[in-house]
Ligand binder design. Structure first.
Ligand code: AMP
Ligand code: GLY
Length: 420
């Protein structure tokens, strides 16, 4: 069987690695991939906006199944497009992808189905937003409605900061923005909760805790994610049932009411406040770096699970996990999430020996003349699974120290809440 994976990050390298474990798969293609996927898949350099070329390639190469990693092609309707040509594809359709593509779509769904979330207001211009902010409580949260690659969210401590946020958003810092949200600030602990869906059934796909801020102690700017551990320290049966019954099931019902269903991974971003879950955001894909953290624990074949989803037979599959703790540290280019140098060589990478239960997933990397170069902000993901978080972390750090890459940095405190 041949599988195509869309995307080029750490998440997609982890998905390729997991799929590679199945003996049913004889060829993987990654669109466009990175230096890590290149080792196990054929990288295909196609513009992800060019749906027609993607479709032609898939048909020509007789690819049996396509897995879409990132949100942009999902929100743009790649799944709907490929399905028109009878291509089997794993990921939500354009309408369902509004869960991530439009924060306002999700907030309205929350309102209609009584899903716990932060109170909010929607504003179409600077003047109305600023007038509202004059009488607001701080901190307050300001968000651009459109996809902004993990940016576009401001936590503002006073009116001055919030007015800057309003100006930046409406001046187009995150692209053309018609709507802005002002949200109540929820004080609690975050958790990433994953489920996998076939349109009819869904199953849990583990939990994780991301570290979104760039600096140690959860300070500095928001990033795509600097490291993660799984499972989340907050999860228990009672909380899990609340998340499913108060948040996920009503969401699926809401999608059914507008005439669609959900197929794919669903990432529920939550704030847990006094053991109660509040929805912060949905992502219509696996998290990055949560995916790299979670997949190494998966015992069941990923390709069997995904195929079952495409055939609406997820109920026939028992998803099994290793009873281990997993921890991932992301190595970034110095400067990230702001400007950073590109094409810096990553020496020593091929010298690092990976042992059982250790993984290096590439993100922004390229290989040229047998040498590895960094071409992105997030460059490599070092993951280890173990019986406890501290030994997983020790193994990750010892590998990072061996790499000793001068142009990179990483957060040394990943997992600080679960490691003494
Ligand atoms: P989002 O892109 O919506 O996930 O927001 C990015 C980050 O901002 C989240 O991971 C939270 O850390 C934080 N955040 C977003 N909304 C809220 C909120 N209502 N209260 C507190 N923190 C928030
Ligand atoms: N790690 C956060 C995200 O994937 O959006």
């Amino acid at each position: 069987m041949k599988i195509g994976i869309i995307g080029s990050g750490g998440r997609e390298h982890a998905i390729c690695s997991s799929l590679k474990n199945s003996n049913k798969i004889n060829k993987l293609f990654c669109f466009p991939g990175n230096a890590g996927t290149e080792e196990i898949a054929e990288n295909i350099n196609i513009d992800l906006n060019d749906f027609e070329s993607i479709k032609n390639f898939i048909i020509n190469k007789k690819i049996d199944l396509v897995v879409v990693g990132p949100e942009q092609p999902l929100v743009d309707g790649l799944v709907d497009y490929l399905e028109k040509f009878k291509i089997k594809v794993f990921g939500p359709n354009k309408l369902a992808s509004q869960l991530e593509g439009s924060k306002i779509f999700t907030k309205k769904l929350c309102e209609k189905y009584n899903i716990p979330t932060a109170k909010f207001g929607i504003f179409q211009n600077k003047k109305d937003a600023k007038t509202f902010l004059k009488n607001s409580n701080f901190p307050t949260v300001i968000k651009a409605d459109n996809l902004a690659a993990g940016k576009g969210v401001y936590i503002c401590n006073d009116e001055i900061e919030s007015n800057i946020a309003v100006d930046e958003i409406f001046n187009g810092k995150f692209g053309d923005t018609k709507n802005l949200l002002i949200e109540e600030f929820l004080k609690g602990e975050e958790m990433s909760f994953f489920t996998i869906h076939d349109g009819k059934t869904f199953k849990n796909f583990e939990t994780a805790q991301d570290h979104k801020r760039v600096l140690e102690g959860d300070k500095g700017k928001n990033t795509g994610g600097m490291g993660a551990y799984s499972p989340s320290r907050l999860i228990n049966e009672k909380l899990k049932n609340k998340i499913i019954n108060k948040i996920i099931k009503p969401t699926l019902k809401g999608l059914n009411h507008i005439g669609t269903e959900y197929k794919g991974f669903l990432y529920t971003g939550l704030m847990i406040v006094n053991n109660e879950p509040y929805l912060i955001e949905y992502n219509v894909r696996m998290g990055d770096p949560e995916c790299q953290t979670i997949l190494p624990k998966l015992k069941t074949s990923l390709s069997d699970i995904i195929l079952a989803c495409c055939e609406k037979k997820l109920n026939k599959i028992n998803i099994e996990w290793l009873n281990k703790k997993s921890l991932c540290v992301v190595l970034c280019s110095k400067g990230y999430p702001d400007a950073y140098k590109k094409n810096e060589e990553i020496q020593n990478l091929s010298k690092i020996r990976i042992e059982e239960n250790e993984f290096i997933f590439h993100a922004g990397t390229k290989k040229k003349n047998k040498k590895f170069y960094a071409v992105g902000g997030r460059v490599l993901n070092f993951v280890s699974i173990s019986d406890d978080f501290s030994s997983a972390k020790e193994k990750v750090v010892s590998k990072l120290e061996k790499l000793n890459w001068n142009s990179g940095f990483y957060r040394k405190d990943i997992g600080y809440k679960v490691i003494k």
